[in-house]
Design a protein around this ligand. Structure first.
Ligand code: S3P
Length: 436
């Protein structure tokens, strides 16, 4: 087990970049596998979760060449080219891998079994299993299909018109992938805008996908999906830890180059701006159908605010580090309508409250979020990652602003989504040491 010990007092300054976007990296490998021709993926996220997707696609017969850890060539096998796997497919800790691949595998003419870590096997799967069964999929799992391991039998799917009960890009993407194998037009309606990387990338590969407001339509392609050459933008969810760190550590000023700023993901930037942070997008451009910018952020005195409603989904992975920002903001910050946090890698409401309180934060859990009073002078303390990458990074940021040293135990889990997080912080001037 590794641990990171942080010491406060050093401002963050300079330029940096963050690894490739996790959501887009998964999708590039999965969609590239069922396209024709090769898909070259640059700035691929070489983290544990995306490696799990590569492992599963290889087990399905796809040749994936790793030119260097962040550059892959996926030799597409075409829409019907996947092969029956010889063993159970291991999704490790990755919910995106399991949920998207269940959708992809539901309409194959071979059987497959998906499993993962104990943590993943505790996460709800009925949200994808039920709509897929509605399309004719034959899927089994523990507790009536709600928990992995999942077993998928061959099936011929029919299209569905599916009204999503919750705002989840994983559910949407799972049904859309099944829709590529279904007879007829599959229609998915979402209650609010969730990340749309599936739609953008499938469209870039010439798949028959249309978006009208909050409705996505897809059908079985009549001509092959086209392999493409793409550079994955930097992950805003990873950049969020640096944005908050620079916003709360006095005298900080940093620029994070090449970050994806898809509007379905930028809730954290809007939230920090509302709290008075100084953030600017520079050199806005487009890469692989996705908006990208360099993001500049400076230290500011933050003030509290209330966050909830449909915008919450656009910052769902950033709410833990937003809670850290709230401990440094003047007044009461309320985060609500975020009950989804309870079924992430950890129950992120309970885990964030539990760990931040060890540092003296004034944070109360609610059924669907947190209430944070600030500003509080956090006190350095030993804290735990609870095997949740985003909790580990949020606590590291809290440690950088706390008085005294903070040790985050179990910090190796950060590499699920942000390999090199510690080095990036060190290069910006943070004082921290890593013990393994
Ligand atoms: C993701 C969607 C979100 C997000 C997760 C990645 C994706 O999950 O929290 O980290 O790549 O589609 P939900 O779909 O469960 O909201």
């Amino acid at each position: 087990m590794s641990a990171i010990t942080t010491t406060s007092g050093s401002p963050l300054t300079g330029q940096c970049s963050v690894p490739g976007d996790k959501s887009i990296s998964h999708r590039a490998v999965i969609f590239g596998s069922i396209a024709e021709g090769k898909t070259t993926v640059r700035n691929f996220l070489d983290g544990h979760d995306c490696r799990a997707t590569v492992g599963v696609m290889r087990a399905l017969g796809v040749e994936i060449e790793v030119l260097n850890p962040t550059e892959l060539i996926v030799q597409g096998r075409g829409i019907d080219g996947l092969q029956e796997p010889a063993d159970v497919l291991n999704c490790a800790n990755s919910g995106t891998t399991m949920r998207l691949l269940t959708g992809l595998l539901a309409g194959q003419q071979f059987a497959s079994f998906l499993t993962g870590t104990a943590q993943l096997r505790r996460r709800p799967m009925a949200r994808i299993v039920n709509p897929l069964k509605g399309m004719g999929a034959d899927i089994m799992g523990r507790q009536n299909g709600n928990y992995a391991p999942l077993g998928i039998r061959p099936a011929r799917l029919r299209s569905v018109e599916y009204e999503m009960p919750m705002a989840s890009a994983q559910v949407k993407s799972s049904v859309l992938l099944a829709g590529l194998y279904a007879k007829g037009l599959t229609i998915v309606r979402e209650p609010g805008p969730t990340r749309d990387h599936t739609e953008r990338l499938l469209r870039a590969m010439a798949a028959p996908v249309d978006v009208i407001g909050n409705t996505v339509l897809i059908e079985r392609p009549t001509s092959p999906l086209q392999g493409i050459d793409l550079t994955v933008p930097g992950d805003l969810s990873s950049a969020a830890f640096l944005l908050v760190a620079a916003a709360v550590i006095p005298d900080s000023r940093i620029t994070i180059a090449g970050v994806g700023v898809n509007p379905t993901r930028t809730g954290i930037v809007d939230a920090l701006l509302e709290m008075g942070a100084q953030i600017r997008f520079l050199h806005e451009r487009e890469e692989a159908g996705e908006p990208v910018a360099d993001i500049e952020v400076r230290y500011s005195n933050l003030r509290a605010a209330t966050f909830g409603g449909p915008g919450i989904v656009t910052m769902i992975d950033e709410l833990m580090v937003l809670a850290v920002a709230a401990t440094q903001a003047r007044g009461r910050t309320v985060i609500k309508d975020a009950a989804e946090l309870r079924v992430k890698e950890t129950d992120r409401i309970a885990s964030t409250v539990g760990e931040l309180r060890k540092m003296g934060a004034k944070i109360e859990p609610t059924s669907d979020g947190f209430i944070v009073d600030g500003p509080t002078e956090l006190k350095g303390a030993p804290v735990e990652s609870q095997e949740d990458h985003r909790l580990a990074m949020a606590m590291t940021v809290a440690g950088l602003v706390a008085k005294g040293d903070t040790t985050v135990y179990g910090s190796e889990v950060m590499a699920d989504s942000f390999p090199g997080f510690e080095m990036t912080l060190q290069a910006l001037g943070a004082t921290l040491r890593v013990e393994s």
